[in-house]
Design a protein around this ligand. Structure first.
Ligand SMILES: [Zn+2]
Ligand SMILES: [Zn+2]
Length: 271
């Protein structure tokens, strides 16, 4: 297991959440490595969306996993003297036994694992898993089609899936822990300011701390949406409890590898 606390105490540049040609990223792995070296990074972790049991165009297939490992080996040989490269996956938690803790993911030779929730069960047909992570326009359509516009159900289900994932374990970093907050607050303004919503985030935070997991501060949306995951208002809580954090750009483009990261680090430090 990587000592994230050690790495993130340094002033070194790092990113442990990177999407490439193996999932829905927009460039080959090598371009990310070259860009990272150019920008002075010393650590770069790749985290393709994992193979998944539900229909998803964003996730890699099991068949391409070996190619992914081969490519990282090739890149380590070519660039390993200039940057440390890590093999990971952003593993979807789908349902009990179908997530990071499953035998399949546990036996893969990954340097670390990110656990994330992008799918929750439909309210109309609970056997159907629905992507609630994408753009708001698509989310809005799905709210009507799969959730009878019941935003409270969606928010509560997202956090109960996160809680179940943390309870099952098998991973190191909790990916974008309150990501539903953005789409939910677009659908129902300020829902993420309501006390019951806050309590869901705080309960999840406490569970993460009990399980000694690392919390990701995800900066992907900072530039466009002015929002971190977890939301800026929770940074004080992270600081107060001395939570282990990594600040990741969740980038899908080489040029955005450091996007929002320094702003988040600065804000964390002034609190
Ligand atoms: Zn994600
Ligand atoms: Zn991601």
């Amino acid at each position: 297991m990587i000592d994230f606390k050690h790495i993130t105490r340094e002033t070194d540049l790092y990113n442990f959440h990177t999407h490439t040609q193996f999932c829905d990223g927009h460039a080959p792995m090598e371009e990310f490595v070259v860009e990272a070296i150019t920008q002075g990074f010393s650590h770069l972790g790749f985290s393709p969306h994992s193979p998944i049991s539900v229909e998803s165009p964003c996730n890699m297939s099991r068949e391409s996993v070996q190619d992914y490992f081969n490519e990282i080996e090739r890149l380590r040989k070519a660039y390993g003297d200039r940057i440390r490269l890590y093999t990971s996956m952003e593993i979807d938690y789908v349902s009990a036994g179908d997530g990071p803790a499953s035998d399949y993911f546990q036996q893969l030779p990954l340097d670390y694992r990110i656990g994330s929730v992008h799918f929750i069960p439909s309210l109309v047909d609970p056997t159907e898993m629905v992507d609630i992570d994408g753009q708001f326009q698509a989310f809005k359509v799905r709210m009507g089609k799969y959730f009878n516009d019941d935003i409270e159900y969606v928010v509560k289900k997202f956090f109960s899936q996160m809680m179940a994932m943390v309870d099952e374990g098998g991973f190191d970093i909790v990916g974008h822990m309150d990501k539903i907050g953005f789409n939910a607050s677009q659908f129902h303004r300020d829902i993420d300011e309501e006390p019951w919503y806050d309590k869901l985030v705080i309960d999840l935070f406490e569970n993460i701390m009990d399980h000694h997991l690392v919390i990701e501060i995800n900066t992907k949306a900072w530039l466009q949406r002015n929002r971190f995951y977890p939301n800026l208002k929770y940074f004080g809580m992270l600081k107060h409890y001395n939570a282990p954090v990594v600040v990741n750009s969740d980038t899908h483009y080489p040029t955005l590898i450091n996007s929002g990261r320094l702003e988040a680090i600065k804000l964390l430090n002034v609190l």
